[in-house]
Design a protein around this ligand. Structure first.
Ligand code: SF4
Length: 261
């Protein structure tokens, strides 16, 4: 029964229930806890999750599909289920979708079967985080800028849209403003169609949370984030931003029970 329900929905967005991200090692990431199923779900289960969304909100012009990892990871969503999902979305009249994926799964053999079923706009989103290989290694992202460049170049050659997520104020960031600006410039240079700037915050149960508790990760404050947004928008005016998680965390961290040791 649970397998047929998405984890969360809000207008324009569905968070699919599926097994966790195969990588699962990024030190700031608590999304793997979202995934409470261990084994593969069937295509039918996924279609039912989409039905839940449509019953609640109707057919959207554009749908953001999150699955706390990579839509193109076979261990999270099998190749056949992906095809069934894309066929279903097109039949339902969803003309534009965005999926997320680590760069290593962004391959022609993974994308071509989806494009055979789906003739709408497809945006593939990559969690670039920061344009610095040393920091990527410390964050345990498990990929390098070269991998991002290869994936982005494939998306372009296939005529697909792309979005880069950039994480500002992550652990091990020396100068958050400088690093965020460099990352936005890098993503723009690579030709990402969209950039989304997110403010990092400690998610409970992660190594990042422990770093924060030990005082080894200084968080951005909202004013600093705002300054980063202003500077980033001078490079790419349409940039999307979110500091919701950080704002909520800062509010909560004033409560005595989650103060640092
Ligand atoms: S690849 Fe994405 S979902 Fe997987 S651990 Fe890293 S941030 Fe989390």
């Amino acid at each position: 029964m649970l397998n047929t329900q998405p984890i969360r929905t809000w207008p324009g967005t569905i968070v699919l229930r599926c097994p966790p991200c195969s990588w699962g090692k990024c030190i700031f990431c608590g999304y793997t806890k979202d995934c409470i199923v261990e084994s593969q779900l069937s295509g039918k289960d996924f279609l039912n999750q989409f039905r839940c969304y449509f019953e609640r909100y109707g057919i959207p012009d554009h749908l953001e599909i999150y699955n706390s990892g990579s839509f193109l990871d076979d261990k999270q969503i099998s190749p056949n289920s992906r095809i069934e999902i894309f066929r279903y979305l097109y039949e339902q009249g969803v003309w534009s979708v965005a999926i997320e994926s680590r760069p290593e799964y962004i391959r022609r053999d993974n994308l071509t079967p989806l494009l055979t079923e789906y003739k709408g706009d497809l945006t593939v989103c990559i969690g670039l985080e920061v344009a610095d290989d040393v920091v990527l290694r410390k964050l345990r992202k498990g990929f390098s800028l070269k991998d991002v460049e290869k994936a982005q170049s494939l998306l372009k050659s296939m005529g697909l849209l792309s979005r880069a997520y950039i994480l500002t104020g992550a652990p091990f960031t020396q100068s958050a403003v400088h690093q965020a600006i460099e990352s936005v410039q890098y993503a723009k240079r690579l030709g990402f169609d969209e950039i989304s700037l997110l403010a990092a915050y400690p998610m409970e149960g992660t190594q990042g949370y422990e770093l924060w508790r030990k005082g080894e990760w200084r968080l951005l404050d909202l004013k600093e984030f705002n300054n980063i947004v202003i500077a980033a928008r001078q490079i790419m005016p349409g940039i999307d931003v979110s500091c919701f998680g950080l704002r909520e965390f800062l509010k909560k961290s004033r409560e005595p029970n989650i103060k640092r040791r």
